[in-house]
Design a protein around this ligand. Structure first.
Ligand code: 1CP
Length: 348
């Protein structure tokens, strides 16, 4: 892997930790670090719909860079969304404020699957320009590219929007296994191309978000989902480190590693030392401060950050993060303090 890694960021703490190394300090970034917790984000987004802002290179670049400037995090993550490539190829969907992705005509049949247009690199051509602006400012700080994993994307397409129980998705998967495989195969191709475009443009690592995979049993995950996510990791190869993340996945961690990840993202339910015992010595870990803990008093936050740094020592490499995304009403100054603390404790 090493010779192909973006030379600009090869020695950065994030890339070193992702490859199982112990850099001079523990790298830290936050899922959803760009977004509503930042007043400068809310100002830029005024009057511009979410998915429109994701297709404007100037806005994508500025929003991506905001949390790096403010917090001094060790990585930027491209401002986009897991459903953006679907929108870009013409699937009729929108991101509704306060709700999330909403799909006009949910996918229910093979004909619906076949109507999903082919993904092309040109459909997300605006990414090239955005990443060029971002990497010019970032210098040695890595940009993380990302995509949605087939299961999590399928859930939005089948349910028509966010879902608590994923009941239509599970019924589809169990009743129409061949159509399910056709849908997940197509979504895997779409996410592969989206990741490849980001890597070719200059992303130094990628994260596959299977946020809702924890809704599945281990057996169902392995039969109906894992082969499709594995295909994405195989297709993008070893050019950059690969992170695989889901919520509520305590029982799925080894399978998520086996999909082809270098780093497994862990939510706050599983201590990182326990995650490492389950994963074995081949994987770095990322996580796992409960985003709700950021609302507690500072001594509580400090104790939790120190505990996670200590538990992360068990893994070959540790990237500090939250166990899921930053909640919109989080005080951004607390995030900055956490970054400082992670750096201070791990350097000391
Ligand atoms: O108007 C707004 O500000 C809308 C809020 C918002 C934002 C800022 C959405 C709607 N998406 C995003 C950006 C986004 N989405 C990023 C930006 C980069 C960063 O992390 O800073 C990323 C990585 C995502 C990825 C994403 N979108 C995921 C995976 C991560 C996760 O949180 O699990 C998922 C599940 C989505 C779907 C989605 N998009 C938006 C919302 C509110 C949701 C979740 C809806 C639900 O609960 O099902």
């Amino acid at each position: 892997m090493t010779e192909k890694i973006q030379a600009r960021t090869a020695a950065s703490p994030l890339v070193v930790a992702a490859q199982g190394g112990r850099p001079s300090r523990t790298p830290v970034w936050f899922m959803r670090q760009a977004g509503r917790s930042l007043p400068e984000y809310r100002k830029l987004r005024e009057g511009i719909a979410m998915l429109d802002s994701c297709m404007r290179p100037d806005l994508v670049a500025e929003i991506t860079l905001q949390p790096v400037r403010r917090h001094g995090v060790d990585a930027a993550i491209l401002f986009s969304d897991i459903v953006l490539p679907l929108k870009a190829i013409g699937v009729d969907l929108d991101i509704k404020p306060g709700i999330g992705p909403v799909v006009a005509e949910p996918v229910r049949t093979l004909a619906d699957v076949e109507r999903i247009p082919e993904m092309t690199r040109d459909a997300v051509g605006f990414i090239d320009e955005a990443v060029a602006i971002i990497t010019a400012e970032l210098g040695e700080t890595p940009l993380i590219g990302f995509a949605g994993a087939p299961f999590t994307l399928a859930s939005y397409l089948i349910e028509g929007g966010p879902s608590r129980n994923h009941e239509l998705t599970k019924a589809f998967m169990l009743s129409q296994p061949d159509v399910w495989d056709a849908l997940l195969g197509r979504l895997a191709e779409i996410s592969t191309t989206f990741l490849q475009v980001q890597i070719d443009a200059g992303a130094s690592a990628v994260q596959l978000f299977d946020s809702w995979a924890g809704a599945l049993s281990k057996a169902t995950y392995e039969t109906s989902v894992l082969p499709h996510s594995t295909r994405i990791f195989e297709a993008i190869g070893d050019a950059v480190p690969k992170i695989h993340f889901g919520v509520g996945t305590s029982l799925l961690l080894p399978s998520m590693g086996a999909a082809g990840a270098d780093v497994v993202g862990v939510d706050w339910r599983t201590p990182l030392d326990q995650a490492t015992r389950e994963l074995g010595p081949s994987y770095a870990v990322q996580g796992n401060l409960d985003p709700a803990v950021l609302f507690a008093d500072w001594p509580v936050i400090e104790r939790e950050v120190r505990r996670i740094l200590a538990e992360g020592q068990a893994a070959p490499g540790h990237i500090f993060n939250l166990g899921h995304g930053v909640l919109p009403s989080t005080d951004p100054d607390v995030l900055t303090r956490v970054v400082d603390l992670v750096h201070r404790v791990s350097e000391g």
